[in-house]
Design a protein around this ligand. Structure first.
Ligand code: NDP
Length: 249
């Protein structure tokens, strides 16, 4: 039986891409799922699919904007009883807005990226971690990026947010070193998801150009990595995993 069977997994940003793929991979292992995102209709539709494909998996669809601290805390506090004891938190919600030189990047883009990728991740972690400490078990997976250790032109703010995610992940791992709670950073290269088009403001042609000459990763590739990292024996902590498409330099 999988070590993940029966675990309660909260995935933020579960309405598409990597988060949705994580939901599918955890369901295959018999974990129960809290699927969180702003687009509740998508989560409800996923929940219906899971009811057919994985009838033994319990699914709770949670409308959540990670940027709102009060709502995040209320949402975690008000979870139905059978979903309260979260074992694994996948902090995946995140976005990139625009591909702009630092000189012209808008204040709105700066705020939205920091509020979502950095502050949102902190709020959800702050809401979930006390329960994990009380139960003396758990794992927190932060979906960072290769942009968390590298930087590229016209991506200064996104890279800054993901550098912050890598730094917070390391700090938290140190803070929790005396506990059985694992803190894991997953750092993907190019993954083809809605994110690929969102970053170009919906311009599909520009988005496709990025992948010329390489085969991007899929959400499933990252989800399998997340599942691997959270299914090790209790004495093993995967600190970080960097996942590139084979032909991305
Ligand atoms: P998607 O755009 O497919 O998914 C992003 C998810 O984040 C959506 O489910 C969205 O849901 C959710 N989200 C965005 N803002 C909020 C918010 N304020 N509150 C709650 N949920 C929110 O992109 P990916 O799957 O590619 O991205 C997932 C993560 O992976 C991100 O953190 C991204 O930075 C990271 N990543 C992606 C890479 C790539 O190449 N695609 C590479 C490296 C890292 P909704 O809109 O319904 O709220």
């Amino acid at each position: 039986m999988s070590r993940l069977a029966g675990k309660i997994v909260l995935i933020t940003g579960a309405s598409s891409g990597i988060g949705q793929a994580c939901a599918v991979e955890y369901a295959k292992h018999g974990s129960h799922l809290i699927l969180a995102a702003r687009r509740l209709e998508r989560l409800d539709s996923l929940k219906s699919t899971f009811a057919k494909d994985y009838p033994s998996v319990k699914v709770h669809a949670l409308k959540l904007d990670v940027r709102n601290k009060d709502l995040v805390f209320d949402a975690i506090k008000s979870l139905p009883k059978e979903f309260k004891d979260i074992d694994i938190l996948v902090n995946n919600a995140g976005l990139v807005i625009g591909v702009d030189p630092l000189e012209t990047v808008s204040e709105e883009a700066i705020n939205t990226m920091f509020d979502t990728n950095v502050k949102g991740l902190v709020y959800v972690t702050q809401a979930v971690l006390p329960g994990m400490k009380e139960r003396q078990r758990g794992a927190i997976v932060n979906i960072s990026s290769i942009a968390g250790t590298e930087a590229y032109p016209n991506g200064s703010i996104y890279c800054a947010t993901k550098h912050a995610v890598c730094a917070m992940t390391k700090s938290l791992r140190h803070e929790l070193v005396a506990t059985p709670i694992n803190v894991i950073s997953i750092e993907p290269g190019m993954v083809e998801t809605e994110f690929s088009v969102i970053r170009f403001g919906g311009d599909k042609e520009k988005a496709d150009n990025v992948y010329k000459g390489l085969e991007p990763l899929t959400g499933q590739d990252i989800a399998e990595t997340v599942v691997f990292a959270t299914s090790r024996p209790p004495h093993v902590q995967i600190a970080s995993m960097v996942v590139f498409p084979t032909n991305q330099s």
